[in-house]
Design a protein around this ligand. Structure first.
Ligand SMILES: CC(C)(COP(=O)(O)OP(=O)(O)OC[C@H]1O[C@@H](n2cnc3c(N)ncnc32)[C@H](O)[C@@H]1O)[C@@H](O)C(=O)NCCC(=O)NCCS
Ligand SMILES: Nc1ncnc2c1ncn2[C@@H]1O[C@H](COP(=O)(O)OP(=O)(O)OP(=O)(O)O)[C@@H](O)[C@H]1O
Length: 251
């Protein structure tokens, strides 16, 4: 199986591209943004580390029972403050990587020839090293800014802060193996994606060779990682949720 990294800037069209790759080419997509949401659920260790690091009052949505992370509060905090962003990345990226690896192994064991790692921070987090090809979905800065403001109904300053927190599009373009220009119509973007899939799809022989060589190892690794994740979840003390509730009432 070949692992392809799909990246770009915020709101340049990664999800639009990965939806096409999934629906038209039936490729498994490992979506880092979705995994990032999963690892901060109250049942997960990272949730409690975030509360301890930033303070419950600064990051909780107190309207929900039990309280969940307030993503807007956390976003305001980390996109205005590089140190806070580094801290949040240090908490969330290790469990996200474990979930990504589990996803890749699952795709491999299911016999996929190509698996897509859809991740906005592929370069920033060093994940470009583990993929065999990097596809960058790009558009002009002006288009990126207006798509982001429109999609998230946010101000120009908030949108610009998110864009500035990432590697520049020029650098991402320069480091890409394939650039998808997502400036025009969706049909045009889809045609570029179809050509990219043709270019990176491995032969049936290559897929068979790696399946034969690596299936036992992949089984063991997948089982071990799954057991590790479940154990970590079991070690999240239930008292932690109770004390969070108490904290909520005191706030
Ligand atoms: C800060 C959070 C709570 C904001 O949540 P929100 O629902 O508003 O945004 P969402 O998660 O949908 O992300 C939207 C986009 O923001 C950008 N983004 C998110 N986190 C980061 C970050 N740490 N650094 C730079 N850009 C980021 C990405 O382009 C992403 O596609 C959330 O993004 C988060 O937990 N980020 C830390 C985990 C992370 O690095 N995620 C990125 C994928 S690995
Ligand atoms: N070719 C296009 N023409 C018009 N609108 C587009 C096009 N491509 C994407 N969009 C729109 O731009 C917005 C951002 O696209 P999308 O959500 O796919 O970006 P993203 O890179 O996945 O964003 P994020 O970094 O936040 O995950 C969406 O509202 C989407 O519908």
């Amino acid at each position: 199986m070949r692992l392809v990294g799909l990246t770009g800037g915020i709101a340049t069209g990664k999800s639009t591209a990965s939806t096409h790759l999934h629906t038209s080419h039936h490729l498994p997509i490992i979506d880092a943004d979705l995994l990032a949401r999963h690892v901060v659920q109250p049942s997960q260790p990272a949730f409690h580390t975030i509360l301890h690091t930033f303070g419950a009052a600064n990051v909780l949505d107190l309207q929900q029972t039990p309280p969940q992370l307030d993503r807007a509060k956390l976003a305001a905090l980390i996109f205005a403050n590089p140190d806070a962003r580094k801290k949040l990345n240090a908490i969330t990226h290790p469990p996200i990587r474990i979930e990504m690896l589990r996803g890749v192994l699952r795709a491999f064991l299911q016999g996929s020839a190509l698996c897509v790692l859809d991740t906005p921070l592929l370069f920033e987090a060093g994940l470009y090293r583990v993929v065999s090809c990097v596809i960058v979905v790009a558009c002009s800065t002006q288009t990126q800014l207006s798509r982001l403001m429109q999609r998230d109904s946010c101000t120009r300053d908030a949108a610009q802060a998110r864009i500035d927190s990432q590697m520049s599009m020029d650098e991402k373009r320069a480091r890409a193996d394939i650039v998808i220009e997502n400036e025009g119509s969706l049909e045009d973007t889809r045609a570029q994606l179809d050509a990219a899939v043709n270019a990176v799809m491995p032969s049936a022989w290559e897929t068979l060779f790696w399946r034969v060589c690596l299936t036992p190892l992949a089984f063991v690794l997948y089982g071990g990682l799954t057991a590790y994740v479940k154990l970590r979840e079991m070690m999240v003390p239930s008292t932690s949720v109770v004390s969070m509730e108490k904290e909520r009432k005191e706030l």
